[in-house]
Write a protein that binds this ligand. Structure first.
Ligand SMILES: CC(C)(COP(=O)(O)OP(=O)(O)OC[C@H]1O[C@@H](n2cnc3c(N)ncnc32)[C@H](O)[C@@H]1OP(=O)(O)O)[C@@H](O)C(=O)NCCC(=O)NCCS
Length: 256
């Protein structure tokens, strides 16, 4: 498996794969302890799928290393990253999971965030947006016909999560400090004065993964000014990848 170039994002979806006790031996002590502490069977299973998928994909990129080789660290906001590799390729990843979907994005040395949401869930769209989103986003949402509000809410939610995850800060970054604007196929971001960032650094993609799952990707490439490319892959067996066509809903204007 070829590593992403500096202006590429690899977006992986992970099939529901069988987990054996032998596979659990690939986890490190910390992961095994965390797994033992999780009480919900659903979350326990999701945790194993995620750890195993990440390890196997990393070993597809670096075939000389077994899936058990990889070690991880977290930043102060909880974002995991690779720890102490013997090669300096700047490979970074970001994970998102929800009911029925696990996705992992990979890039080199930029800032990358991914988010997937189950869009059939009950969501009090206006109330949540009012609490978390920026005033202009709430205004846009309320100007839509009620039948379109839920879809727009998930457009915003996935993209907002992708950006705060790309920044590595999660909800420590205010969701009201930046706003998205949509055209028919395009996405633009702007920032309030409290958030120092440059909209030109960022590229976004919005994907439909299934009738019930929507994903978003936020990426600031280390090769600024270049136009990045998105490639889809599917982990269809623990050691097997397939290219995957992605259903694009919208992307940044400059990618159109
Ligand atoms: C933790 C958070 C970064 C993402 O949470 P989430 O959307 O519930 O969950 P996701 O599945 O998309 O992402 C979880 C993964 O993000 C990664 N992650 C954790 N902290 C992160 C951070 N600070 N930055 C980037 N990625 C992070 C982890 O890999 C985690 O998976 P893992 O624990 O299996 O390793 C944070 O944004 C959060 O808590 N969001 C809550 C959602 C919410 O209430 N949104 C309000 C909108 S209405």
């Amino acid at each position: 498996m070829r590593l992403p170039n500096f202006n590429e994002v690899h977006f992986w979806t992970v099939d529901e794969l069988p987990i054996s006790s032998a596979l659990c031996l690939l986890l490190n002590d910390e992961e095994r302890e965390k797994h033992a502490r999780i009480s919900s069977p659903r979350v326990k299973h999701q945790y194993l799928q995620t750890r195993l998928a990440l390890r196997h994909i990393l070993s597809l990129y670096h075939q000389k290393h077994a899936p058990s080789h990889w070690q991880f660290e977290k930043n102060v906001y909880g974002r995991p990253a690779l720890l102490g590799t013997d090669f300096d390729d700047g490979l970074e990843f970001n994970i998102s999971h929800t009911r029925g979907a696990l996705v992992i994005g990979f890039a080199r040395a930029g800032q990358l965030g991914v988010d997937v949401e189950f869009t059939q869930r009950q969501a009090r769209a206006i109330a949540l947006a009012d609490r978390y989103f920026s005033p202009t986003e709430v205004q846009q949402l309320m100007s839509l016909a009620p039948a379109h509000q839920k879809a727009r809410f998930f457009d915003l939610w996935t993209l907002k999560e992708a950006y705060i995850k790309a920044c590595g800060m999660g909800l420590a970054l205010s969701l009201a400090s930046f706003s998205y604007r949509f055209s028919a196929v395009g996405i633009d971001i702007s920032f309030t004065e409290q958030r120092e960032d440059d909209a030109q650094r960022w590229e976004f993609w919005q994907l439909r993964l299934s009738p019930s799952h929507q994903a978003a990707i936020a990426f600031a490439s280390p090769e600024q000014g270049s136009q990045s490319s998105l490639f889809g892959f599917r982990l269809c067996d623990w050691n097997q990848a397939q290219p995957q066509e992605l259903e694009l809903l919208r992307c940044s204007e400059r990618l159109v």
